[in-house]
Ligand binder design. Structure first.
Ligand code: HSE
Length: 383
């Protein structure tokens, strides 16, 4: 198969090496604004039209990242009748219906296994599960950078900034690590997972997300003292009797003896739960050049073998029912907001454990407190 690779960064180089090591795959073009003297077996160009008008190119791999120009380039590739493989969770979670719909209309494949879980074959197995069973939830540690930071703060007693710098040095963190530490990267992956699991198209920007930017050592100490680990968890689950779905990202008090409590460094764990199968956990490298490049290359091989080209055959836009998901929280900081003040609370380290509260109300109160320039940290209790 002849391939065009858009972007030659960390993951681009990984996918390139893996595919070029095979006899049956050839990356004919690398689209990049830079000159790449190390790329000698492919045509390096910044000319999109040259690539899209080449009938030999069947599949485009988009690893530019970010929204623009990735959005325009992916659309152009689909319009031109090329299969597209991408690891771009931001792009795909924000433009899910449009891009999946365009691929369907054009009769091409659009695969993005590497966009959630890095090298873990998560979405591909989630799709298999969803076709045979009604799934009730998807959840897990979906961001290597934040897991690295929380783990290093707990086990190595490192400061937040030192741990973040190390995650950046190791190549896990996003170009702008705000996306990692504010929970947005996890939000995109949660949205994609929910879309595949439940056959929906969630509005990513409506998924409540509270990251780890405001975590302090005392929060981690409070967790450990009571037999928990603090982890950033993305979760989407069915709520109520019908098809309503809640979806949110929040630091979470995870019992230390559970699988998620034992995920260290930049590893991820993602879990689905459904009829027939119960809980199934997927654990592995959620980021990095070769793990993510491997997932990209697997998608290309699947396309070459004629496997299912789309993750969703049918989907419907769906509102997010976070007012229907309720659990206790750990809260620490300025609790003068009337919502926090009215909650029943028991002491928990330097903060409190609250009575069950809805995700929507808790995240709204935390957002109001931050907007007022006050200190707040919240963490859900895993149920
Ligand atoms: N910044 C992401 C992470 C990269 O740390 O998990 C993989 O999506």
């Amino acid at each position: 198969m002849k391939i065009a690779l858009f972007g030659f960064g960390t993951v681009g180089k990984g996918a390139y090496d893996i595919l070029m090591a095979r006899e049956d795959m050839h990356v004919k073009y690398v689209l990049d604004k830079r000159e790449l003297p190390e790329v000698t077996e492919s045509i390096v160009t910044s000319n999109l039209d040259q690539i899209l008008s080449d009938p030999e190119v069947e599949t485009v791999i988009e690893l530019i990242g970010g929204l623009h120009p990735a959005y325009e380039f992916v659309k152009a590739a689909l319009e031109a009748g090329k299969n597209v493989v991408s690891a771009n969770k931001l792009l795909i979670s924000l433009h899910y219906e449009e891009l999946v719909g365009l691929a369907r209309e054009k009769g091409v494949s659009f695969r993005f296994t590497a966009a959630a879980g890095g090298g873990i074959p998560w979405l591909v197995n989630l799709q298999r599960a969803a076709r045979l069973t009604r799934l009730s939830s998807v959840s897990g540690i979906m961001n290597g950078t934040t897991n690295y930071i929380l783990d290093a703060m707990q086990t190595l007693e490192q400061d937040f900034d030192v741990a973040l710098a190390e995650a950046q040095r190791l190549g896990f963190a996003e170009a702008d690590p705000s996306s990692d530490i504010d929970g947005l990267d996890t939000r995109h992956k949660t949205t994609l997972s929910a879309n595949v699991a439940f056959g929906v198209a969630l509005d990513d920007e409506k998924v409540d997300a509270f990251g780890i930017r405001y975590v302090k050592k005392c929060d981690i100490d409070a967790a450990v003292a009571k037999g928990y680990c603090l982890k950033l968890i993305g979760r989407a689950c069915r709520v109520g009797e019908g098809d309503a779905v809640a979806a949110f990202v929040e630091p979470t008090m995870v019992p230390a003896e559970t699988p998620a409590g034992n995920i260290h460094g930049c590893d991820n764990i993602i879990t689905f739960e459904g009829e027939y199968i119960g809980k199934t956990h997927f654990v592995g490298a959620g980021a990095g050049r070769y793990p993510t490049g491997y997932a990209v290359a697997q998608d290309v091989l699947d396309i070459a073998e004629g496997k299912a080209g789309l993750y969703n055959e049918g989907m419907a836009a769906q509102s997010i029912a976070n007012e229907s998901e309720c659990h206790p929280y750990y809260v620490r900081g300025d609790l003068s907001d009337p919502f926090f003040a009215a909650l029943e609370k028991t002491p928990f380290g330097d903060g409190f454990k609250t009575e069950p509260a809805t995700v929507r109300a808790m995240h709204d109160a935390a957002a109001r407190t931050l907007a007022a320039g006050k200190d707040i940290f919240i963490a859900g209790f895993m149920m």
